[in-house]
Design a protein around this ligand. Sequence first.
Ligand code: 13P
Length: 260
Amino acid sequence: MLVAGNWKMNTDVSEGRALADAIAEGLSSSPPDLGDVDVLVCPPYVHLPAVLDALAEVPVTVGAQDMHAEGEGAYTGDVSAPMLASIGCDAVILGHSERREYYDETDADVNAKAKQAQAHGLVPIVCVGETLEERQAGEADTVVQDQVDGALSGVSVDSGDALIVAYEPIWAIGTGESAAPAQAQEMHAVIRDDLTERYGANVADDIPLLYGGSMKPHNAYGLLSQPDIDGGLIGSASLAADSFLGIAEKAVEVQEESGS
Ligand code: 13P
């Protein structure tokens, strides 16, 4: 199980540092024994060194929210995979719907970035998800399958450690209206089938499939207890240590109940 926070473009560096300190404090003073639950935070680029430092002594890994598909070059304003790897990032979010919407990122862009991330030891967190219109038109499965196929074409994955996929229905992001657990599970099963066809069941079963979209402490248990939901990608609730760790505690509960 993986509980991941996407801070998006929120907090200045001192606020971000304070948030990371509060997460570290929450994990060291009254440690919810995390067991097999992994925790990851993805702050803005400029926060990364401070956040890595704040979390150095606790079992929380750090990722970025995007990166360029090239390793270096004349791309003013961009950040590369080698840069992220060089400061100790473990993962990178790719193809978030906000990147797709505001920067016209395509599945081909996500595909190139995923390969580049893996080449530098970063785990790509590939985001997929349909709009409300697409869902209402009965196209949600096809849209998501096309995104998965486009993003992962030629991406080799030998083990569940090499890839993370996040299903984030756009209508659930930032709206306070999460998908119903059964509705999310249904799409996760579609994605799992797709990954099984691509990588075989042994690998596909170990690839973490995260749900994202208004996950909060009060609805996390229902979502995380679905068989194909292996964690959450959390936006606004990751901006306060108590709600973020509250979700991590639900993940621990689910994990303990499932006996794994
Ligand atoms: P919210 O949790 O704020 O809905 O955001 C979800 C998200 O987009 C995470 O990447």
